[in-house]
Design a protein around this ligand. Structure first.
Ligand SMILES: [Zn+2]
Ligand SMILES: [Zn+2]
Length: 88
């Protein structure tokens, strides 16, 4: 599969403009559809941040070019390594 389902990958519906993002890719069979047609994968993957203390993860939806500083557990969240497929 050339476009594996990955955490953080966003899709857009070309008909109604809906946008969705994968927050848990439990299977590679995940294939978002809207308006009775496959949704178009958007590039690039959204930037993800992870708290080294508690393991919380957040994804940036907009504004990932700005001076973004995410704080969790009283410390700066680090950029999460490149998303990997979560399917076993
Ligand atoms: Zn739609
Ligand atoms: Zn935390």
């Amino acid at each position: 599969m050339s476009r594996p389902v990955q955490l953080g990958r966003a899709y857009r519906c070309n008909l109604c403009g809906a946008r969705v993002m994968v927050i848990r890719a439990a299977t590679q069979a995940l294939e978002p559809h809207c308006c009775n047609q496959p949704m178009e994968p958007l590039e690039p993957l959204r930037k993800l941040y992870r708290c080294a203390v508690c393991g919380s993860e957040v994804a940036v939806l907009y504004g990932d070019n700005g001076p973004l500083e995410l704080i969790c557990c009283h410390q700066l969240m680090g950029e999460r390594p490149a998303p990997v497929p979560e399917a076993a």
